[in-house]
Design a protein around this ligand. Sequence first.
Ligand code: SF4
Length: 346
Amino acid sequence: MQALLDVRHLTISFHTYRGLLEAVHDVSLTVNPGETVGIVGESGCGKSVTSQAAMKLLPAEATEYTGGQILWDGRDPLGEIVGGSILFENQDLLKLPEKQMREIRGGKISMIFQDPMTSLNPVLTIGNQLCEGIALHQHLGRKACEAKALELLRAVGLTSPEKRLHQYPHELSGGMRQRCLIAMALSCSPRLLFADEPTTALDVTTEAQVLDVLKRLQAELGMAVVLISHNLGVIAQMCRRIYVMYAGAIVEEGTADDIFYRPAHPYTQGLLASLPDPAQKDKALTGIPGQAPDLFHMPEGCRFYPRCPQAMKACMTAAPPREEAGPGHHYTCWLAQAAAAKEALP
Ligand code: SF4
């Protein structure tokens, strides 16, 4: 099957006051039409930056990138895609001019951002914000835009949608705002939706409702979803395939069953072991010891080795190879070769 999104060897750096920082290293991932793919990992591992790059929404891409020159003003870090390609429907997005990219962004690829309060414009009504995107991409008149906005608010399950059209974001609850963001993201029936921690700010009941809305609309529209989360429960509920990221790199990829029942990488194993077990309520939680590495001082060999319970000498000095644990199940680790070497001993 031809992938809808094909990210190859993507490397992203940020210009910061401490120098150049590599936030994403050699990331490759694919998303097929209509499927839900999860990207999971700790905060700061590069999940959101990868999705922002796919929409060319890194600060430098949107505003400051001129003729291959990054103009950094010394304040907010500016991102730069230093290597790789991002193919969407076989078209390299990195080679598209901004004008064409604007038609794809919001039209064919859309995004739900992390925080509904800061993602919505506080001085515009929900109706105005929804109509803005619809008018831009579908070239409809005011009346038709409002009718479409109403239809969308109904589709995401908002109560009294006519009233919500005329309300401001601060007049709505967190769950309602998140539903509005979903409505906005889906207003042009995109082929691909990035949902970046779409339920982080919500309580468990609202989270379940919002995920149900997402699932239902995905099936109705036949769109692909990339769900970005540090919440393994959300990922398990929604995703068919999963990428696990650590310190800017993908360390394991496979089906949901591979990741949850046959994790091969020690980091994935650590993540799963740190989940609370409802059957053993008295058991203390086990976390992964240590902290994710400072991206300015990345370990030379395996990025996970300072925290890995199975680390070996080779892990300190050489980057681990990509190994196959099964069909479509890959992980980046020295363990397989160490086991093979032991077996080879007389
Ligand atoms: Fe652990 Fe070594 Fe595998 Fe890295 S390469 S995850 S340090 S065993």
